[in-house]
Unconditional design. Structure first.
Length: 346
């Protein structure tokens, strides 16, 4: 006589699968950023891969070409800029006198104008400590970083060469109906494009304009502060203003009122407004992410993913909200179907 019936065996099997799945997810927590990056890269480069595959090009060659291109376009520039920032932070740490002189000038300026002595010294101290903890993590975790990139490209390679099978299996095991699953895929694409391509374009343009402004108004370290502006541009409201506003006050406090006022006007009129123009164009073409999602996403992402959290955090939160919306749509459709069946039975 059987101890368990058919339904009980299925329930036990389901519990075992859930437990094993949780164990696997827990074991993969160290490469969570790589898995999320894989989803992002696949979403961005999928149209290119599909187009080349339909041209009947060799799939292995196509996948290798796309991976090499993504490495050149995204990975190498991002970490090259990060290393530039790390190098400059190291210089500041080795030569604190320069930063101290600038801080004293600004404190004198703010102390006389706003009656807030030592205000900027405290702020710079906190900002320097935060930056020193954030960027060196890229070097400190070099082995983890290399492993993450290898895992990401390993997964991408096989996803690209077998994209039909991969997507067919996703549809098969999706918890949503096929129509909602396809809708989820489309929304995922728009969300990824808005965060990565849209916000990335804003960051590059704003960083470039800050560098140009520093060159025009003869302010030091134009390239460095442009790079810093690229990273800060991922933060709404604050953004590049966190660079050009202090730079203007530093120049004014040092007696260079013309260039100080010039960089402030340049930043307020051009750098800040170009942000709004690009966001408007992005919203018309591929949608836009609400600033609240970006802020909360950055707060979530940076402790988890380090500097990459500026990008991955908002995306992760956007994916979560998107999943909730699709779930609500699916639930409404299911409830409607149940009501129709109930009315038919009556």
């Amino acid at each position: 006589m059987a101890v368990f019936n058919y339904k009980e065996r299925n329930n036990i099997l389901l519990i075992i699968l859930i437990v094993l799945g949780c164990c696997i997810l827990y074991s993969l927590r160290f490469i969570a950023g790589s898995l999320l990056s894989t989803v992002i890269m696949y979403t961005i480069f999928r149209p290119v891969n599909v187009y080349l595959a339909r041209k009947r090009l060799n799939r292995h060659f196509t996948a290798a070409t796309i991976i090499t291109s993504s490495l050149i376009i995204f990975v190498i520039p991002f970490y090259g800029l990060s290393l530039l920032v790390i190098d400059k932070i190291t210089q500041f740490q080795k030569d604190p006198l320069t930063l101290r002189v600038i801080t004293l000038k600004l404190d004198d300026f703010f102390g006389s104008k706003l009656h807030q002595p030592d205000m900027l010294q405290r702020a710079i101290g906190k900002a320097s400590s935060y930056a020193a903890d954030l960027f060196p993590s890229i070097i400190g975790g070099a082995a983890d970083l290399l492993l993450g990139i290898v895992v990401m490209y390993f997964l991408l390679y096989f996803m690209f060469i077998n994209y039909e099978t991969f997507e067919r299996q996703l549809l098969r095991y999706s918890p949503f109906r096929e129509q909602n699953a396809l809708k989820f895929a489309a929304e995922l694409k728009y969300t990824t494009y808005s965060n990565i391509l849209g916000q990335g374009l804003i960051a590059i343009v704003q960083g470039s304009l800050v560098s140009i402004g520093f060159f025009i108004f003869d302010l030091p370290d134009a390239i460095f502060w442009g790079v810093i502006s690229v990273f800060l541009s991922f933060l709404p409201l604050i953004g590049a203003a966190f660079v050009f506003v202090p730079a203007g006050f530093i120049a004014i406090a040092g007696g260079d009122k013309t260039n100080g006022i010039g960089i402030l006007v340049w930043g307020i009129l051009l750098v800040s407004n170009i942000d709004n123009v690009i966001r408007f164009l992005i919203a018309r073409q591929i949608g836009n992410i609400h600033p609240i999602i970006t802020v909360i996403g950055v707060i979530i992402g940076i402790p988890t993913f380090g500097i990459m959290g500026l990008v991955l955090g908002p995306l992760l939160l956007s994916y979560f909200i998107l999943t909730v919306k699709i779930y609500e749509t699916s639930k409404l459709a299911s409830d409607r179907l149940d009501k129709i069946r109930s009315s038919e039975e009556e």
